[in-house]
Design a protein around this ligand. Structure first.
Ligand code: PRP
Ligand code: URA
Length: 210
């Protein structure tokens, strides 16, 4: 099966926000704002080729041609860190339905286990956007994608903020049809399976639980 390439999102504003997220001095308040900023730009890119339907709209001065997003969009944040990207996506697609998948990496083994899942119906005809800021070993992403595949989703993209080569490779191996959108693929994982240089623990920094 042909692999979908990783989409590296190279907008200057994406990198500006990424620097704020990486900086260890960034407090949760500013971290959240930078997460929202970068997520708007990444999600816009991930939705760039979403099909649209032509229509005509009446302006006060007469008819104007337009396009409206066609398919049903479903956003799936991977809890808990993915929630930091959700408002941004809903700002872009206010009518999107939202599914939630709760996954937690074990602190010692870094193996993700599922503690929650609630997905909308009719995923087979939806355009599904998985949002999870960190793609490290890829275990969480693959678990989320397995769940979505099992629930019938066929058109799926994953948006992250920092990826590691190991995570990208695992997603490619298990879900070659799923496109990954990220600003950057960092160099490696450390012994604790954290991305280096990365930005630390995204969830802890987002919620101040460090
Ligand atoms: C983080 C992150 C991803 C996962 C990535 O979540 O948000 O879901 O780790 O790591 P992986 O690619 O090695 O699976 P974590 O399990 O720390 O939970 P949290 O979002 O609740 O903090
Ligand atoms: N989860 C994070 O929050 N950061 C990492 O570097 C890896 C997993």
């Amino acid at each position: 099966m042909k692999r979908v390439p990783v989409h590296l999102v190279d907008h200057p504003l994406v990198h500006d926000a990424l620097v704020a997220l990486r900086d260890k001095r960034t407090a949760p308040e500013h971290f959240r704002r930078a997460a929202t900023r970068i997520s708007v730009l990444l999600a816009a890119e991930a939705l760039r080729d979403i099909p649209t339907a032509d229509l005509t709209v009446e302006t006060p001065l007469g008819p104007a041609p337009g396009r409206r997003v066609g398919p049903d969009v479903v956003v799936v944040p991977v809890l808990r860190a993915g929630l930091g990207m959700l408002d941004a996506v809903l700002e872009l697609v206010p009518g999107a339905r939202v599914g939630h998948i709760g996954l937690q990496r074990d602190e010692l083994t870094a193996v993700a286990s599922q503690y929650y899942s609630k997905l909308p119906a009719r995923l087979d005809s939806s355009y599904v956007l998985v949002i999870d800021p960190m793609l490290a070993t890829g275990g969480s992403a693959v678990a989320a994608l397995d769940l979505l595949e099992h629930a019938g989703a066929t058109t799926v993209r994953i948006v992250c903020i920092v990826a590691a080569p190991e995570g990208v490779a695992l997603v490619e191996r298990h879900h070659p049809n799923v496109a990954v959108y990220t600003p950057v693929v960092d160099s490696r994982l450390n012994d604790h399976k954290y991305i280096v240089p990365g930005l630390g623990d995204f969830g802890d920094r987002l919620y101040g639980t460090v």
